[in-house]
Design a protein around this ligand. Structure first.
Ligand code: AMP
Ligand code: MG
Length: 350
């Protein structure tokens, strides 16, 4: 199959250009498209055969459910068994936006879309191309991230092409995404709402809107936790670059010194070494490849560049990577959740 990449100007969407993509979705095929978080791989969410194609293209385990993308709140009402009051409040506050809600599903949603679960994950993306694709196709669109299973989520159309070229008919290229890490997932099916995946929308923001406590799934906090994460996808190895990645945590100068020491050690073994630095520290490293993730105070930049940098290390052929740690105040939990998984939880504290 040949994969067609179609450039779309998000500011001024050409309806004719979108027509082929909309028809592919309506006919049960796959289209990759930009959202504000990462690129998604979409199919008609209410057709089991269409959903199945997503798992095949990504090599995704069949027990890992998909997020259903909608363009209006009534779409949620049409596929939820019941609509929790919290869903209305959160929708008013954060939709369209990087928040996914888990509710009980009704019979319209096939088990292929929900990985066999009786609940369904729903999100209204804040991206004009994504919203237009949903509306123009007349479908609700099931879409996980458009990467090969296990690889970092794609934040540019080129990343999607690198992973899925020849496996899907079309990629809509709307340029680099705005946020760069996947949506926050909140489960609304239990008495107390629970975050199953941290993201750009934080616990504090959710609690303020809901006026009640929000828990964080204990299964995602500690690496050594014996608890299984509630979101099936969180248990899989994910986001990992090819090279071995180790995080170094501590005061800035001590971290730089330690990383330089480790780099020298690896280089003396004949290995090629990469470093993930910040704008402030980039010049202090003596490695084969040094990428700055952004200014340390700019949390949004750190989130936005993380996956791109992990992919660039794959292309640069390094054998080992050392990274500074980014437990920043607001979305640090979301960033570190991804980075720790990429590092297989290898952290050195200095
Ligand atoms: P992705 O879109 O690639 O970020 O993957 C979707 C994420 O949502 C995965 O981690 C899934 O396990 C999670 N997810 C989707 N549906 C559900 C559900 N019904 N219950 C719990 N987690 C879900
Ligand atoms: Mg994913």
């Amino acid at each position: 199959m040949q994969t067609k990449v179609v450039k779309i100007d998000a500011e001024q969407i050409d309806t004719d250009k979108m027509e082929d993509a909309a028809r592919i979705i309506a006919d049960g095929g796959l289209v990759a498209f930009p959202t504000e978080t990462v690129y998604g791989l979409g199919a008609d969410a209410l057709h089991s055969e269409a959903s199945k194609k997503i798992y095949a293209a990504k090599g995704r385990p069949s027990d890992n459910p998909l997020i259903v993308h909608i363009s209006k709140f009534e779409d949620l009402e049409s596929i939820a068994k019941e609509v929790p009051e919290q869903a209305r409040k959160l929708s008013d506050a954060f939709w369209p936006g990087p928040l996914t809600m888990i509710v009980w599903k009704n019979e319209k949603v096939p088990y292929e879309t929900t990985g066999g679960m009786d609940t369904v994950a729903i999100r209204m993306p804040n991206h004009p191309i994504a919203l237009r694709l949903i509306e123009q196709s007349g479908c609700l669109i099931a879409a996980p991230s458009a990467n090969t299973s296990g690889k970092p989520s794609p934040t540019e159309a080129q990343h999607v092409k690198g992973d899925l070229d020849g496996k899907i008919p079309m990629i809509l290229d709307g340029g680099p995404v705005g946020i760069g890490i996947e949506s926050t997932i909140i489960d609304l099916t239990e008495d107390t709402p629970m975050i199953l995946r941290p993201g750009y929308i934080t616990k504090e923001m959710l609690e303020e809107v809901l006026g009640e406590e929000v828990k964080v799934d204990p299964g995602i906090i500690a690496s050594d936790s014996l608890k299984k994460p509630k979101a099936p996808g969180m248990k899989y190895k994910h986001y990992a670059p090819k090279a071995d990645l180790v995080l170094v945590d501590g005061a800035s100068e001590a971290v730089t010194a330690k990383i330089n020491e480790l780099v020298k050690e690896k280089q003396s073994q004949g290995l090629k070494v990469g470093v993930i630095a910040t704008d402030e520290t980039k010049a202090s490293y003596e490695a084969d490849v040094v990428f700055s993730i952004g200014a340390r105070a700019d949390e949004d930049a750190i989130a936005k560049h993380l996956y791109k940098i992990l992919r660039e290390f794959d292309d640069s052929g390094v054998d080992a990577i050392y990274s500074e740690s980014f437990a920043t105040p607001r979305i640090g939990q979301a960033i570190m959740n991804r980075l720790l998984k990429a590092a297989g939880h290898q952290v050195l504290t200095v």
